[in-house]
Design a binder for this molecule. Structure first.
Ligand code: BGC
Length: 732
């Protein structure tokens, strides 16, 4: 539709019709057959609000969406279509590994492929916008939502955020099989105090700008149609009411011109935060701040009219937000094609098709991180291997947000190993959760009915099985509902019954491999002390069992690298590689008491950012620089030669870190500024280059000016964030 026609449409709409465009409905509004119904009115929504709703959340299914849309448009005074939105995070029905795992692949293209598959399945089922990517920087493993992020690094997150947007939207979200992206949660949601979900975030403006904002900005630059505010207060102001953050930073500085939605009930929560006295004031603050759409409350629908009629808010402010919603619909092509790609036949054909499963499997294989291996891996098909643990037959390994997927479609480890034809024994050993415990997931209660007696029996069987095998693969980890939204944890270890299983099995069979399922970095000191190999498989998705089998048996070498440090224990958290130098740096050898360190634990994480092994070995040559000075407009090339020195094909992720040796403000000890993942055959070697420009050296200086300061820099190139392979240059 021509933009001028959108303006005309806006002009034709009544005040209430406009306000209702900013209201987001959900499935409770519609009966099975797609008719707007009564229950919603019991929640304070009028029939009129429902009839004129602008967007809806969480309704999926081609037939259903078409029916609701048809009816809605017929009843709407101006026949304006709805936008169907949902959380399609790491897949729709074919589920890819969780985002944190995707970060471990150090391969944004792979995430793009995942987003393309998700968009294809979701759009056939009627979804037009997804609430993804989550570009929140995460440093605190206690926070359950670290699983939805790609990790602790600004540069890595930025590359993923833009790749995901491109995957969902393609060149034009109107195109068949594409959906709109919504970058979230703006801003600083990944920094909740003490790792407790929904808690406040206090970030200096410099930290916010240098570390937290770039990934959101990358998604905006890549063209994300929407953005979502965050639940948290940022420096004491709830994001949905933060005019500076939303108007100046997001819109003016980042250039975001799409529709901005609140997070679930976040407008009403301005009141809970104590910044608004009531819903009316919350609505006023949110609209003034620039929040366009009210997700899941009646603040806008019940109060904006009065606020405008009394002159407390201008109608022009409302019009700006309504126009953005109309523009969103137009960018998705909904005025011409309100059903977009919703199609029952395509839905049947695409969902869980072989091609999608294959892509999910390949993605999963690249996300696994090998933390330890004394040579016990890869396994051999003929050696007798006991697969023991609650994850051997577990199907819930899709991650907390896979709300539209059916765990029944998941390939378990037992199924994967069996179809591979390996010489294997199986025993569950215990349940994922401790006996008689339950945990609430995103939408269902996971109840563990097993008693201690049941578990004793399972443990006995597991020990017998371990005794009969050459090697044991222990499949253990967190429950799927122990990470995700509202899943903060103070103890980041595996459940007690699994610890017992680990100890008992390790007692009778020392050839122990641990396969670890997790939605966050865990404290795995005990696992490390007992296992000869550790493979982190996160929440691997629909094809988990096949992918794990192929990696364990060496069909593919593991190639993941940690996107987030694994702390030695929770006492270190938040622990991340790009920290600042203190005035009293630690020196392990020193007897000086007055150093920045703990008395009882090391400063360093158990496994650092960027770390991960392979079945083969690599060497990386010393860093070569093609000069020792760089100008503000120039380019310096840093190169290394990487060689596969082992006997198998494998991948190394070569990482470029830069340290600004001295700045007008204290600078991080180093920062990731490039990475390249390359697969090499045995004996193969390749030169790889990184182009260094002043752009990569910029930060907010003492005057909050974003610039690269002349001076000396150190370049590190290696295979994890501890590398000491370095060279120096000066920026003129
Ligand atoms: C989450 C968002 C999500 C929204 C809609 C909220 O609880 O914080 O990430 O997109 O719900 O489901």
């Amino acid at each position: 539709m021509e933009h001028s026609r959108l303006l005309e449409l806006l002009g034709e709409m009544s005040l209430e019709e406009k306000i209702n465009q900013l209201f987001q409905g959900n499935s409770m509004f519609y009966e099975e057959d797609g008719i707007a119904t009564g229950p919603a009115s019991q929640q304070g929504f009028t029939e009129k609000t429902i009839r004129e709703t602008g967007t809806v959340l969480g309704i999926i299914g081609a037939a259903k969406v078409k029916k609701i849309q048809k009816e809605h448009m017929e009843n709407h005074p101006h026949h304006i279509p709805l936008v169907f939105m949902a959380d399609i995070i790491n897949g729709c029905r074919t589920v890819f590994p969780i985002p944190l795992a995707q970060g471990a692949a150090f391969n944004p293209e792979l995430a793009k492929t995942g987003a393309e598959v998700a968009a294809r399945e979701a759009s056939a089922s009627g979804i037009q916008v997804t609430f993804s990517p989550m570009a929140d920087l995460v440093r605190d493993a206690r926070w359950g939502r670290v699983m939805e992020s790609t990790g602790e690094d600004t540069y890595l997150n930025s590359r993923y955020a833009e790749a995901l947007v491109r995957g969902y939207q393609g060149d034009d979200p109107k195109q068949p099989g594409k959906i709109g992206a919504c970058v979230k949660h703006f801003a600083g949601y990944g920094a909740p105090t003490a790792g407790r979900d929904y808690n406040n975030a206090e970030l200096s403006e410099r930290t916010l700008r240098d570390d937290y904002l770039p990934a959101y900005a990358a998604a905006v630059k890549a063209g994300a149609l929407m953005a979502m505010t965050s639940f948290n207060t940022l420096n004491r102001i709830p994001s949905s009411a933060n005019r500076w953050l939303l108007r100046q930073v997001l819109r003016e500085e980042m250039g975001f011109d799409g529709a901005l939605i609140s997070d679930w009930a976040a407008i009403e929560e301005i009141m809970n935060h104590g910044m608004a006295a009531d819903r009316r004031e919350a609505a006023k603050l949110a609209l003034e701040a620039g929040t366009d759409i009210d997700m899941m409350t009646t603040c806008y629908s019940n109060h904006l009219k009065e606020l405008i009629e009394s002159g407390e808010l201008s109608e022009a402010l409302l019009d700006t937000s309504v126009l953005r919603v109309l523009e969103l619909k137009n960018r998705l092509g909904l005025f011409e094609n309100p059903y977009k790609d919703a199609d029952e036949e395509a839905e049947k054909r695409l969902i869980l098709c072989q091609e999608h499963r294959e892509k999910a499997k390949n993605a999963a294989k690249e996300t696994f991180v090998l933390l330890e291996n004394n040579g016990i891996l890869p396994l051999k098909r003929e050696e007798k291997t006991a697969f023991i643990g609650p994850y051997v037959e577990e199907k819930s390994m899709l991650g907390a947000w896979s709300i539209f997927a059916d765990p029944e479609d998941t390939v378990t480890i037992r199924e994967g190993v069996t179809s591979y034809g390996a010489n294997a024994l199986f025993a569950s050993g215990c349940s994922v959760l401790d006996p008689q415990t339950s945990i609430m997931g995103m939408s269902e209660l996971y109840k563990n009915a097993k008693t201690q007696t049941d578990l004793d029996e399972l443990l006995g069987e597991a020990v017998d099985t371990a005794l009969r095998a050459d090697k044991v693969v222990l499949c253990i980890g967190e429950h799927v509902a122990q990470s995700g939204e509202a899943a903060s944890r103070g103890d980041i270890t595996i459940p007690e019954c699994q610890k017992k299983l680990l100890r008992e099995v390790a007692r009778v069979n020392k050839n122990l491999v641990a396969v670890l399922f997790n939605g966050r970095p865990l404290d795995i000191r005990e696992i490390k002390s007992l296992a000869k190999a550790i493979l982190v498989v996160w929440m691997p998705g629909t094809e988990g069992g096949n992918a794990i089998t192929e990696v364990l048996y060496g069909k593919t070498s593991p190639s993941g690298k940690l996107p987030m440090s694994f702390p030695c224990c929770v006492g270190q958290v938040p622990v991340f590689y790009n920290e600042f130098k203190t005035g009293r740096p630690n020196d392990a050898q020193s007897k000086n008491r007055f150093l920045s360190r703990y008395l009882d634990i090391p400063n360093e994480p158990l496994y650092p950012f960027g770390y991960g092994l392979s079945y083969t070995g690599f060497t990386i040559s010393p860093v070569r620089l093609d000069g020792n000075t760089l100008t503000q407009e120039g380019t310096l090339t840093a190169s290394v030669t990487v060689k596969n020195t082992g006997k198998r094909r494998g991948a190394e992720t070569v990482q470029l870190y830069i340290r600004d040796d001295a700045g007008s403000v204290v600078r991080p000890v180093r920062e990731l500024r490039g990475f390249q993942k390359l697969w090499l055959e045995p004996e193969e070697e390749r030169e790889i280059r990184f182009e260094i420009t002043a752009e990569l050296l910029k930060f907010h200086d003492i005057h909050m000016k974003y610039q690269a300061e002349p001076g000396s820099f150190t370049v590190f190139i290696g295979n994890d964030s501890r590398t000491q392979n370095q060279a120096a240059f000066t920026l003129l």
